[in-house]
Design a protein around this ligand. Structure first.
Ligand SMILES: [Cu+2]
Length: 489
């Protein structure tokens, strides 16, 4: 694997070293005494440490993608439609191409995806491709990267993904309503060299608040939703079914991709009596695989599993259960019938170049996001609340600037007593500490769950320039102001 930022990192390290010289000279000229010396030593150590952390990042992403010239073109229409989620009932939804989940788009790394999109909804909309490092103008954020697409309007999304993995897409206009009504789909970017899994399957996990007659409950952003952890529903579906079953043979090796498209519900999924290894998180391969079962799948998150069905399991059923809440909830099943004689054999796909960043603990925190809520100005005692980042509710925000291709750190400080899965567009980051205690997560993320009153420190080397929003992926919180933006330049 060629180091991705080979060309960038070397001059940048050099720049650090040059900067060091300037700092030392400046200090000697204008300040004197031990205090200044200590300060200088500290600054020197910090700068050198950051240079090493940046060097450690080299090669962490896929090699630089050269578009293959193969363009995958498709039409996509968002419109009102009906689907059968419950046997014998038609549920009114908003959907992409008449399907819920929307299309499972599969392309190969290097392919260019071109989507001619038509908005036949009664509202404005856009499409955001979650986790995909797209050119900024393709990021689908109204007022930031594009104008909203009016009812009847069209827009062409075209980009070449830079990373292989499991991604998904959804509107970024009134998303707490539009996603809940059924607007989401998946984008699978396959590796250039495919591995011979017996099956490669996506399970889209969604949570709905339905009425007795199996329709989407049409009050969105209720005061209760806003005050709590957003809209938690009463029906959980996998691929828009309540009883999704994956049929497999004993001995099969399956890549199973879990995607949480829920507005607000957090899962801690586990398989009962089935050994599954996590090979990717939020689309990106992990440094080394680990046992599945203790990783939250918060709204926006993806977890890719590598599962070998034991040869002895003919006739068995394995259930994926959610263990996040007090009661275990069954989500979907793998039903085993028959035996595959030869289990596919190959090494777990991993990315050994994910940096450990052990010394990130010694780097200072560059930016902080304080997450909180307040009553809206002029609202009464029972009035609406708004969710804030650094005391501002979107569209009011102060963008932070991150330096392109350098080591940056950021802290999410949750001052509230609610959950906030924080998502950053256009960049991957790595969690380096929780509540100030260094942690080792052997993977990058694009969304991290921040628990009440917790701080989560992350580090990133941004490689994609532009203005990128960062927001809580509890869509009701985002809709009520919990969104800001960072500039990468
Ligand atoms: Cu939130």
């Amino acid at each position: 694997m060629a180091p991705y930022i080979k060309n960038i990192a070397k001059p940048t390290v050099l720049t650090f070293i040059l900067a060091l010289g300037v700092v030392s000279v400046g200090t000697v000229l204008f300040r004197g005494g031990d205090e200044a010396t200590e300060e200088t030593e500290y600054a020197t150590a910090e700068t050198e440490n950051r240079a090493r952390l940046l060097a450690e990042f080299m090669g962490a992403y896929d090699k630089e993608i050269v578009p293959s010239g193969n363009v995958v073109e498709m039409d996509m229409v968002a419109a009102e439609s009906e689907v059968e989620i419950f046997d014998g009932y038609k549920t009114k939804v908003w959907s992409y191409n008449g399907q819920v989940p929307g299309p499972e788009i599969r392309i190969k790394l290097g392919d260019t995806l071109k989507i001619r999109f038509t908005n036949n909804l009664p509202q404005q909309t856009t499409i955001h491709f979650h986790g995909v490092r797209v050119p900024n103008a393709m990021d689908g954020v109204p007022g930031v990267t594009q104008e909203p697409i009016e009812p009847g309007g069209v827009f062409t999304y075209e980009f070449t993904p830079k990373d292989a993995g499991t991604f998904w897409f959804h509107p970024h206009v009134r998303s707490s309503e539009q996603v809940e009504r059924g607007l989401f789909g998946t984008l699978i970017v396959e590796d250039e060299t495919s591995r011979k899994y017996s099956q490669d399957v996506v399970w889209v996990i969604d949570d709905w608040r339905m009425t007795q007659d199996k329709q989407v409950y049409e009050e969105f952003n209720t005061p209760m939703d806003l005050m709590h952890d957003g809209r938690w529903g009463n029906v959980i579906t996998v691929n828009a079914k309540q009883n999704e079953v994956l049929r497999a043979k004993a001995g099969e090796r399956i890549r199973l991709r879990l995607v949480n498209t829920s507005n607000a519900r957090v899962y801690m999924p586990q398989f009962k009596n089935l050994d599954a290894k996590v090979i990717a998180v939020d689309g990106m391969y992990v440094k080394e695989v680990f046992d599945f079962g203790e990783l939250e799948l918060a709204p926006g998150n993806r977890i890719d599993l590598d599962i070998t069905i034991p040869k002895s399991a003919d006739g068995n059923t394995f259930t994926l259960v959610d263990t996040f809440g007090r009661n275990e909830l069954p989500l979907a099943q793998i039903a085993v019938a028959g035996v595959l004689q030869e289990t596919p054999s190959f090494a777990f796909p991993t990315n050994p170049n994910v940096p450990e960043w052990k010394e990130a603990r010694n780097a200072s925190i560059d930016k902080e996001y304080r997450l909180n809520a307040r009553r809206k100005a002029g609202a009464g005692m029972m009035g609406e609340i708004e969710w804030t980042i650094n005391d501002k509710a979107y569209p009011d925000y102060d963008p932070y600037t991150f330096t392109y291709a350098e080591f940056n750190t950021m802290r999410f400080t949750n001052e509230s007593s609610r959950l906030h899965p924080m998502h950053l567009h256009g960049q991957f980051f790595k969690v380096i500490a929780r509540d100030g205690v260094p942690v080792q997560e052997p993977f990058f993320r694009d969304t991290v769950l921040v628990y009440p009153k917790q701080t989560v420190d992350v580090a990133l080397v941004p490689l994609d320039k532009g203005l990128w929003v960062s927001h809580c992926h509890i869509l009701e919180h985002a809709e009520a102001g919990m969104m800001t933006a960072v500039k990468v330049e």
